[in-house]
Every structure is written in C-alpha cells, then in structure tokens.
Design a protein. Structure first.
Length: 198
C-alpha cells in the first residue's frame, strides 16, 4: 500500500508508573495527582494551545470516545477543539458532534489509505486495545508516553495484549513540576523496510 510519507502517526496517552491508562472499570480518577518535582518544567497553556494547533486530526476507540463525552458532560470540556475525530467502532452509534466520524473496517486501510493521504499530523489518543493493534500492524511512527507519579496495581494496559516486540528509539525526555515524565519514542523499522505492513 502506498502511504503519504510526510504524515506522522503519534500514539499519545498518560499512564500510571505500572503502565495502566485506566482502572479495569474505565475510571481515571487516579490521574489527579498532587506530586511536586522541584526542578520540573511548567507547561505553559499558550505553548499547549499552539502545539494542539499542529495536530491535524485524532482517532480513537469507541470507549475512549465515551470517556471524552462523559468528561464533557461533567463540564470538563472537549479536549479536541474543532479538529476532525475518527472513532473506531463496530456498533451503529449516534453522531453527537459534527467533527466526529465513525469508522468500522480494516485498521491499516483506514490509517494508511484514508488518514495519511489527507492529514499530516495524526494523533491516536486511546485506548489500550487499539494502541496495541496500531503497533502490531506497524501503523505508528511515534509513541508519547506520559508517566504519572502513581501506581494503581491493575487496570487497562497502555498496550493491551501486544504480542510482539516493538523496537523504539528514545527521542525526548521531559520532567514536569507535576511529577509527570514525558517520554517520546520513535518506532524503529516499521516503514520503508522489508517485511513491513505499511
Ligand atoms: N490515560 C489515558 O491517557 C487514556 C487515554 C485514552 C483512553 N483512556 C481510558 O482507556 C479506556 C478505554 O480503552 P480501551 O482499551 O478499553 O478501549 P478503546 O481502545 O478506547 O476502544 C475499544 C473499542 O474500539 C473499537 N475497536 C477496536 N478495534 C477496532 C477495529 N479494528 N475496528 C473497529 N472498531 C474497533 C471497539 O468498539 P465497539 O465495541 O464500539 O465496536 C472496541 O470495543 C477508557 O477507560 C479511557 O478512559 C485513558
């Protein structure tokens, strides 16, 4: 399959130090932590806003979409602005927002055939089930992993049921005042090399 090599697919999620993105029942209450790392960076809201503008579209699993909707219903806002959002589901779901589109079908065809030709900076924002599938299929260029200063013992893994090794290159490490550590990895050897899926 021919893909737009200018495009970039980033997997981004936050997790506990023991690698969970949510409790088994989906709760993310543990994400409100109270740590303080004296020498850490402070995230400037203007920088975050400018950075978000560089993201062209998001895609996610239907359960992550449900969490985003529940956050909005609680008055916590909509994290994705007016950017296009693609939600993977095999169910017939009611469309609540104009920017949201549902997709059911082959994941590699969707990312390589539909998203890459049209969008440059593509962000996959959860959850664990689909993030493993993206890596298994060689669809992601980059993994951004924010480690929160907490252990929760059990839950939904960042990479649920990943059944093969994925070699990474550590590209960036940042420690924040909140005690969160941001790791950015490039996925090695997934495109333009023999035996790759894309
Ligand atoms: N800590 C973080 O940064 C973070 C980020 C995102 C999410 N989360 C949390 O993670 C949890 C959700 O993660 P999750 O792993 O349970 O679920 P998920 O990956 O968000 O969604 C799984 C659903 O996606 C659909 N799906 C998966 N593969 C598909 C395919 N190939 N084609 C079409 N549809 C497909 C199915 O939906 P249907 O059942 O509708 O068919 C499946 O049930 C939530 O609790 C959320 O709060 C945390």
């Amino acid at each position: 399959m021919t893909t737009n090599t200018d495009s970039r697919v980033t997997i981004h999620m936050a997790a506990s130090l023991d690698g969970f993105i949510a409790r088994k029942d989906g709760r993310v209450d543990w994400m409100e932590t109270s740590d303080e790392f004296a020498n850490g960076d402070i995230l400037d809201p203007e920088f975050i806003e400018a950075f978000r503008k560089t993201i062209a579209c998001y895609y996610m699993g239907s359960r992550t979409h449900e969490t985003a909707l529940s956050f909005e219903a609680k008055g916590l806002g909509w994290a994705y602005g007016d950017k296009p959002i693609f939600v993977l589901t095999r169910r017939e779901l009611a469309r609540i927002r104009e920017t949201v589109e549902f997709y059911s079908g082959d994941l590699a065809e969707f990312v390589n055939g539909r998203l890459r030709p049209k969008f440059r900076s593509i962000w996959f924002v959860g959850g664990g089930m689909l993030s493993a599938e993206c890596l298994r299929l060689g669809l992601a260029d980059e993994v951004r992993y924010s480690i929160l200063p907490i252990l929760i013992g059990d839950g939904i893994q960042f990479f649920e049921k990943l059944d093969r090794d994925v070699a990474l290159h550590l590209a960036e490490v940042k420690a924040y005042k909140s005690g969160t550590v941001g790791l950015r990895y490039e996925v090695r050897g997934h495109r333009d090399e023999p035996g790759n899926v894309s």
